[in-house]
Design a protein around this ligand. Structure first.
Ligand code: 5GP
Ligand code: MN
Length: 334
C-alpha cells in the first residue's frame, strides 16, 4: 500500500465507526480468517464492526473466535441490508470483484461510503476507494497482518487475532506448501505462535473433523476419478445424487480436488460438483507449475482465481460439461 493510502485509512480509522467486513460467497479459511482477524482488530480500536458473509461458512470453521457473531446475508437479508446501509466504511476481503459476494452485490453497489479491498487474486476490479491487492501473497490473512503493521498497530496483535490470521495462512497455503509460501510467511507464522496460537490444535480442528459420510464421499470421488495421461490431467465428478446419498453438508467437498494432483505426473486436475438447487455444475481447478488455471477458468467456465487454484461454473449438464472439458484439455499443450 502506498503511504498516502495508509495515511488516508489511518484518518478514517481515527474515530469510532460502524464498519461492515465482507468475505466472498462460500467463504473458506482465508476469507473467514481475514475478516475475523480484522473484526477483532477493529473492536480493539473502538470501532463497531460486523462481518457479513454472503452465505453460510463451513462447519469446520465454526470454532473460529468471533464466528458466532457473523451475519449471513442470504439467511437474513433485511437485517444484513440495514447493517450495510448504516456502515460508514466497508472492507471487502479475499475477493477481487463485487459479484463474488453473490446477491449481496446489489446492496454493495448502491453504497456510497469508502470501500477498502484487501485481496490476493489476479486482476482486481476498481470498485474500492483503497485497494491493497497483491498476487505475490499466498493468503489475504498474510496481507491483513501487513495491513495492521502498515497502520503502525502491530502491538494490537493478540492470541485471538493471531489465531484468525494463522488459520487463513495455513489453509490457503495448503499447510505451508504452495509456491507463495515464503520465508516471510514463516517468520509471520513464528510470531503468531509466539503470541499463543495453538498451532497443533488448529490443524486438528480444521482437518480432523470429518464425518464418516464425508470420508465415504471422498472415497466415491476418488473412485470416479479419470486420468487423461497424455495430457497430464485428471478429473473427477460428484453428482447431486451421490452427494445426497452420503448426506452431503457444506464443506464436505473442501480439499477433495487436491487428490487429483497427488497422482504421479499429473499437473492439472478438476472436480465437477453438481448443484441441482442452483442449476449449475460448480468446478474447482488445480494445477502444479506454469499451467494457469485462472486463465482457463476465465476463458471457458465463467470463473477465475489464481494461477494454480481457481474455480468456475457450468450451466449445462454434467455430461456436456465433461465433454467440453475433455475436448479443451485435448487441445492443450500441457
Ligand atoms: P475453490 O476451488 O477452492 O472453490 O477456489 C479456488 C480459488 O478460485 C479461490 O481463490 C476462489 O476464490 C476462486 N474461485 C472459486 N470459484 C470461483 C468463481 O466461480 N469465480 C471466480 N472468479 N473465482 C473463483
Ligand atoms: Mn484467499
Amino acid at each position: 500500500m502506498n503511504t498516502l493510502d495508509i495515511q488516508a485509512i489511518q484518518l478514517l480509522l481515527a474515530t469510532p465507526k460502524k464498519i461492515a467486513i465482507i468475505p466472498h460467497r462460500g467463504p473458506d479459511g482465508d476469507a473467514m480468517g481475514s475478516t475475523l482477524a480484522l473484526y477483532h482488530f477493529l473492536i480493539k480500536n473502538n470501532h463497531h464492526p460486523t462481518v457479513i458473509s454472503p452465505n453460510e461458512f463451513p462447519d469446520f470453521l465454526a470454532w473460529m473466535p468471533g464466528s458466532e457473531t457473523v451475519k449471513l446475508y442470504e439467511k437474513d437479508k433485511e437485517n444484513s441490508t440495514k447493517i450495510l446501509e448504516e456502515a460508514e466504511l466497508v472492507f471487502t476481503l479475499d475477493f477481487n470483484a463485487l459479484h463474488r459476494a453473490g446477491e449481496m452485490e446489489q446492496v454493495l453497489e448502491k453504497l456510497t461510503v469508502p470501500f477498502i479491498m484487501i485481496d490476493h487474486h489476479q486482476w482486481p476490479d476498481d470498485y474500492a476507494t483503497y485497494t491493497y491487492s497483491d498476487v505475490a501473497y499466498g493468503s489475504t490473512c498474510e496481507m491483513v497482518y501487513n495491513f495492521i503493521d502498515f497502520l503502525g498497530k502491530k502491538q494490537d496483535l493478540d492470541k485471538t487475532i493471531a489465531t484468525c490470521i494463522y488459520t487463513g495462512i495455513l489453509t490457503d497455503s495448503g499447510s505451508f506448501r504452495f509456491p507463495k509460501t515464503t520465508g516471510t510467511t514463516h517468520r509471520i507464522i513464528a510470531e503468531l505462535i509466539d503470541l499463543g496460537v495453538e498451532n497443533t490444535l488448529i490443524p486438528t480442528l480444521l482437518f480432523d473433523n470429518s464425518s464418516y459420510n464425508r470420508l465415504q464421499l471422498l472415497g466415491r470421488a476418488l473412485q470416479n476419478m479419470k486420468v487423461m495421461e497424455d495430457n497430464k490431467t485428471s478429473y473427477t465428478t460428484l453428482t447431486q445424487e451421490e452427494l445426497n446419498s452420503f448426506n452431503y453438508v457444506k464443506g464436505d467437498t473442501e480439499g477433495v480436488v487436491n487428490y487429483g494432483l497427488s497422482i504421479k505426473g499429473i499437473v492439472f486436475t478438476a472436480i465437477f460438483i453438481e448443484n441441482k438447487e442452483e442449476e449449475i455444475i460448480k468446478i474447482s481447478f488445480r494445477s502444479q507449475g506454469n499451467f494457469d488455471v485462472n486463465q482457463f477458468a476465465r476463458d471457458h467456465f465463467n470463473g477465475g482465481g489464481h494461477i494454480n487454484a481457481a474455480g468456475g461454473k457450468s450451466e449445462t449438464s454434467m455430461e456436456e460439461t465433461i465433454n467440453k472439458f475433455e475436448s479443451l484439455v485435448q487441445k492443450l499443450k500441457i
